[in-house]
Ligand binder design. Sequence first.
Ligand SMILES: NC(=O)c1ccc[n+]([C@@H]2O[C@H](COP(=O)([O-])OP(=O)(O)OC[C@H]3O[C@@H](n4cnc5c(N)ncnc54)[C@H](O)[C@@H]3O)[C@@H](O)[C@H]2O)c1
Length: 343
Amino acid sequence: MIQLQHETSLNKLAERRILVTGGAGFLGSEVVRQLSLLGAHVTIVDNLSSGKPEYINNLENVRLLKGDIRDLDLVAKVVKDHDLLIHMAALPFIPDSYHYPEDFFGVNVMGTVTVVWEAIKAEVVERLVHVSSSEVYGTAKYVPMDEKHPTLPHSTYAVSKLAADRAVFTLHKEHSFPVVLVRPFNSYGPNITQPYIIPEIALQLMYGNGYIRLGNVESVRDFTYMADTAKGIIKTLLTKQVIGEVINLGSGQGIKIGDLAFLLAKIAGKKVALEVDSSRFRPYDVEKLVCDNKKALRLLNWKPEVSLEEGLRRTLEWISRNTIRFKAPFKGWSAAYRQNMTY
Ligand SMILES: NC(=O)c1ccc[n+]([C@@H]2O[C@H](COP(=O)([O-])OP(=O)(O)OC[C@H]3O[C@@H](n4cnc5c(N)ncnc54)[C@H](O)[C@@H]3O)[C@@H](O)[C@H]2O)c1
């Protein structure tokens, strides 16, 4: 459990009115849980396209408004009652973006512009934290990847996130509106909403037949436990030096997807064989992402606290106790991602 109560500065968030878009999602629900523990008053705007109310039920001082960030009237009405805003609502699952580019640009870019612009016009929001993604960098030109790494996004998802980043940054400059851009590298843990790689491997491990079928097992990613990522995001609400800055959040350790599968199997105490399934290869895949987290350490005093082994253990444990149902706002969402299948 993350030791929030020992961080006196975070206690300044008690009684603050904080709006979290996408707060019923995987990362959002953890951000909201930690804010609730800190005594903040949280409003979530989430259309529940992938987020789940059960992930934020029973949290104190948390209210869910089911709605879409593209709904201008709703956003305009809700922002004016808030001091701080964390914007995380997005369509985040890369393989969907190959088939639904208009939805990805509609939500991730125009939805973001709506949220930021209404926050600026409300004239009461003291700071907006925009949750971007390491995917905007594209595959590593060098590792670890700092905030000065070139942005050469590969997928439609990544391009939409980068377009949103640029819109947020430009609106910040044009209107002197305080924003922070946070770029998490891959996060994992409980409250699963999307068939990201760790849920994918874990579910095959737990419910499969001794084989793990994956695409690019050679690709390298940097995994951070969701409670650490969430804490980093929350910390950007307070520090003055991060206004107008981009901050990477990641563990700093890269691991090949194939090795990750064997590590998960070892923790689960299972023997498995790895099978490369060419139908799972992503077009124009990102080969390597490894975070340089020195700026987060310097400006936020943030570093991850949960080791990969411990985080994976917690994730497997959570999966064994919970039913997972993936859903997406798309008609005919690829059967390969097992829409409506229940674990
Ligand atoms: N999980 C990761 O590894 C990771 C890494 C980098 C960045 N991010 C970013 O973090 C944020 C959260 O992602 P996540 O992994 O928790 O995924 P998620 O799908 O669980 O969260 C997205 C949330 O936004 C909501 N949402 C989607 N479209 C919406 C709309 N039009 N209006 C209102 N709500 C809407 C969904 O219902 C969901 O609750 C996203 O911005 C994503 O790009 C995630």
